[in-house]
Design a protein around this ligand. Structure first.
Ligand code: CO
Length: 213
């Protein structure tokens, strides 16, 4: 029956398995050893901390295959010092995988950043977005005279710069630098309107480069 077919589709998401099969087959056709090689170990050089937004997929916009980038994503790419999830990813990436680069990547038009600027109730998430409202408060003078969309763009950028500092302030990164590890923390922003990444020139590669901690 037609209805049953529809229900089955709801339960199994068969089209996604079909797409997965086609994807794996295409990679295998091009490089039959790809999965066997990758299954033995991962040695990514980059940790990507980005927004959960579906329009900002790390591997795709960097055009990197599986195995090249370790990824953590949350709403509005926030690094909170008490977030064990994010800190565990950071620790594993820095201490075990020994990534050389941590990339904090925000994006213009971020819904989380936009919500943090609004004076309305969004529920539980407002507690998370509080961290971004704090970034605006720390930088209040920079927002004078800006219209709404300029404010959003600026806060998307400043949020990235703040999260770079937060990553650098963790014991994980401080200890890595103290033992002489080669590790840079970058602040980037992605434009969802044209697919282009921009470096916010906020890169920090040693404790000396931190203004204050
Ligand atoms: Co976002």
């Amino acid at each position: 029956m037609e209805g049953e077919g529809g229900n089955r589709e709801l339960k199994t998401l068969q089209h996604l398995f079909d797409k997965n099969r086609a994807w794996a087959t295409a990679i295998n056709d091009k490089d039959p050893e790809f999965f066997a090689r990758l299954s033995k170990q991962q040695t990514p050089e980059y940790l990507w901390i980005g927004c959960s937004d579906s329009r900002v997929p790390a591997n795709q916009l960097l055009d990197l295959p599986p195995g090249e980038v370790f990824v953590h994503r949350n709403i509005a790419n926030v690094v909170v010092h008490t977030d064990l999830n994010c800190l565990s990813v950071l620790q594993y990436a820095v201490e075990v995988l020994k990534v050389k680069h941590v990339i904090i990547c925000g994006h213009y038009g971020c819904g989380g950043v936009k919500a943090s600027l609004e004076d309305q109730d969004h529920g539980l998430i407002d507690n998370w977005l509080r961290h971004i409202a704090d970034v605006r408060r720390f930088n209040a003078d920079k927002f004078a005279g800006l219209d709404e969309s300029q404010q959003l763009d600026l806060l998307c950028e400043l949020n990235v710069v703040e999260q770079v500092k937060n990553v650098c302030g963790t014991t994980i990164v401080k200890n890595a630098w103290a033992r002489g590890a080669e590790l840079s923390v970058h602040g980037w922003i992605y434009n969802i309107k044209n697919g282009i990444l921009k470096d916010l020139d906020a890169c920090i590669s040693s404790s000396d480069q931190l203004e204050d901690n």
